[in-house]
Design a protein around this ligand. Structure first.
Ligand SMILES: Cc1cc2nc3c(=O)[nH]c(=O)nc-3n(C[C@H](O)[C@H](O)[C@H](O)COP(=O)(O)O)c2cc1C
Length: 112
């Protein structure tokens, strides 16, 4: 998983917004599985964040064919120039799709 994806996740949920994101998880037996996670914050009566919540759905398999090379490109950029470079690559991909991060994730899961 590219670091920039988790940085984006935490930044969005700490700003009290929800995020949808494809995540590749490592199982105890060494195998991998993909999820489409909807992550939100939970609040107390003062609207302070008191926890986080994730609903995981099965990812759209067509989306994964796009996500895999996309995340690979982000990892490659990260290896060369850290999260700074991978953020630039992510921004250029979003520009190409003319979508923000949330729109792209939603589009890939539900509209392709
Ligand atoms: C509600 C919630 C669910 C999360 N689910 C996952 C998950 O399924 N897999 C995962 O690798 N990270 C998940 N994360 C992100 C991790 O907390 C963490 O940021 C990530 O594993 C990367 O580790 P790092 O932040 O220490 O670099 C989730 C975070 C939150 C708030």
């Amino acid at each position: 998983m590219p670091k920039i994806i988790f940085q984006t996740l935490w930044s969005v949920i700490q700003n009290k917004k929800e995020i949808n994101v494809f995540i590749k998880n490592l199982s105890k037996d060494g195998s991998f599985y993909w999820v489409f996670a909807n992550v939100t914050s939970s609040y107390n009566n003062n609207n302070d964040i008191i926890g986080f919540y994730s609903v995981r759905r099965q990812p759209n398999l067509k989306a994964l064919e796009i996500i895999k090379p996309l995340y690979q490109a982000l990892k490659q950029a990260e290896t060369i120039g850290g999260v700074y470079e991978s953020r630039k690559v992510l921004n250029s991909i979003l520009e190409k799709y003319q979508m923000n991060f949330e729109e792209l994730m939603y589009y890939l899961q539900y509209d392709i």
